[in-house]
Write a protein that binds this ligand. Structure first.
Ligand SMILES: Cc1cc2nc3c(=O)[nH]c(=O)nc-3n(C[C@H](O)[C@H](O)[C@H](O)COP(=O)(O)OP(=O)(O)OC[C@H]3O[C@@H](n4cnc5c(N)ncnc54)[C@H](O)[C@@H]3O)c2cc1C
Length: 486
């Protein structure tokens, strides 16, 4: 006779700590088999090797922890339905536990199919809410108080026993072997690392959080750097939020702590927006912007991707991102503005490249922010960033630029911010021939600024854009306007 088991399906919740779905699953009588499927990830062009490696590191970290319970997470290449079908040959499966996932269209369609499969096969699929993003909402009435209540809920510690789990015999099923790049240049995955980042942030790095959040170099130290851990679920935002709020009673500055916890709310806000309007993966959330005419220029896009625009801060950001997988918020906004305003390219032309390179790629935040920074929501301020002004303000000594564009390292400030203005003699003195060692600017930002501003302000007054703006405000904000959409 087949034994009756339950399944825990790990998705973007690669943690044990504050994993509500797992907590529920362990309380059941049936033994629990834990699985992870690579199927969609490996086939989707938003993801790249840096993501697989981070996931693999996270899974390895979990399996190391699970050793003491004589079990492990089983990895498969197949899609979820095929995995369950194969497992059903050996076991009776009563329930599957997981967290809801607000993902790309592919994962949404996968989940619909899986739901149908479970219904037909009398398997109960139990999904828990992840990070305060709710399913099936029609508007945001009560959203903030529900999110706050979710954050404040006491975290129940999971205390499993060896007997709670079942492990597959290694030769029974074809499992995926995972490889980890040992010399990875990126932040390393896993809850163990997430906790190290959180501890060091709350202990001291937070003291200058708000002061350095916009600076490309110092933000790398004074921001939490928790984003990949939150995106892949190595740590829950609730755990982070509770630990951060505790700091207030230890004398930490309200300004710093609350500035940080408000960003945790933005995390859920943007994912909630995507949950309720998933078509924004393909078109601007404000349908009125379909009228905006932008001609694709492959040369511009290549120059932007390769950090060869001739604008030092833009190029330094692109080089840094490709090498390290991280940029702070303001620099992300600036490179998107450069692509969509100064180069006048459709946001769709940059969205995959950045998704591939952001180690923390999170569809709901990424698509919402991309369109917001491109100025295509109709409800936000139009911000056309001047990369030279931003360099002078946020990298005033040129430290970040010199680090990521070594060809410019001998040029003193303030000349480094506008290298195209160097005289022939200066170019020789500083060992940097403009047009050879470092490119001339590919556009003139004073004229591209005027063009983008006039186009964006004109379309913002278009009746369809205005109508859509009203719809967006009533669907995605609490009342007329909230502080999130910044
Ligand atoms: C075009 C663009 C694309 C972006 N794509 C992503 C993405 O794919 N994944 C992602 O996690 N963030 C994205 N962001 C938001 C933000 O830039 C990063 O979350 C932040 O820089 C991560 O650094 P940190 O963890 O040190 O942040 P901290 O400042 O320490 O903030 C703590 C956490 O709050 C959340 N958070 C912070 N800022 C924002 C924000 N503006 N919107 C929503 N959540 C926020 C993140 O989970 C972050 O880890 C994007 C921003 C822009 C402008």
């Amino acid at each position: 006779m087949k034994i009756c088991i339950n399944i825990f399906w790990f998705k973007k919740d690669l943690r044990i700590l504050d994993n509500e779905a797992l907590l529920k699953a362990i309380k059941e009588n049936n033994k629990l088999l834990m699985i992870f499927s690579y199927h969609e990830l490996l086939k989707d062009n938003h993801y790249s090797d840096r993501h697989y490696n981070f996931i693999n590191e996270s899974l390895q970290d979990l399996n190391l922890y699970l050793k003491k319970f004589q079990t492990r997470i089983h990895f498969f290449d197949d899609n979820i339905i095929s995995i369950i079908k194969k497992l059903k040959r050996k076991f009776d499966i009563e329930k599957v536990f997981s967290h809801t996932e607000t993902g790309l269209e592919k994962s949404y369609k996968r989940d619909l199919k899986f739901k149908e499969y479970c219904n037909k096969n009398t398997i109960k699929w139990i999904e828990e809410i992840n990070n305060g993003v709710f399913r099936g909402l029609k508007n945001r009435k009560n959203w903030i108080s529900n999110w706050n209540n979710f954050m404040k809920k006491k975290i129940e510690v999971i205390n499993p026993k060896i007997d709670d789990f079942i492990e597959l015999n290694k030769n029974t099923f074809k499992e995926k072997k995972i490889k980890i790049i040992s010399k990875s240049k990126f932040q390393r995955g896993g809850t163990t690392n997430a906790l190290k980042y959180l501890d060091s942030f709350l202990e001291s790095r937070i003291n200058k959080y708000q002061n350095n959040i916009s600076k490309p170099e110092l933000s790398r130290f004074n921001c939490s750097r928790l984003s990949p851990y939150i995106s892949w679920g190595n740590i829950s935002t609730r755990y982070v939020w509770q630990r951060a709020k505790e700091q207030l009673s230890h004398g930490k500055s309200k300004f710093q702590v609350n500035g940080f916890t408000s960003r945790l709310r933005w995390q859920a806000h943007f994912i909630q927006k995507f949950e309720m309007e998933s078509k924004m993966q393909f078109r601007s959330v404000n349908k009125g912007y379909r009228k905006l005419e932008k001609k694709v220029n492959k040369k511009f896009i290549k120059a932007w991707e390769k950090g060869e625009t001739g604008y030092p801060l833009v190029d330094a950001c692109m080089n840094c991102l490709v090498e390290t997988g991280y940029l702070n918020f303001r620099m992300r906004a600036m490179i998107v503005s450069f692509l969509t305003h100064h180069l006048w390219q459709p946001w769709q032309e940059g969205v995959i490249f950045l998704a591939n390179n952001f180690l923390d790629f999170e569809p709901g935040i990424h698509y919402s922010q991309f369109q917001m920074q491109a100025g295509e929501t109709g409800i936000n301020m139009i911000r056309i960033y001047n990369p030279t002004k931003n360099a002078k303000e946020h990298d005033s000594e040129g430290v970040f630029i010199k680090k990521w564009i070594p060809k410019l390292k001998e040029i003193p400030t303030p000349l480094i911010f506008e290298p195209w203005k160097l005289s022939e003699i200066d170019q020789e003195t500083f060992n940097c021939k403009i047009g050879e060692d470092y490119p001339k600017p590919i556009v003139d930002i004073s004229s591209t600024y005027k063009h983008a501003a006039s186009q964006l302000w004109t379309i913002k007054n278009d009746p369809k854009v205005k109508l859509e703006s009203k719809r967006i405000l009533s669907k995605h904000t609490n009342s007329n306007r909230t502080a999130f959409d910044r």
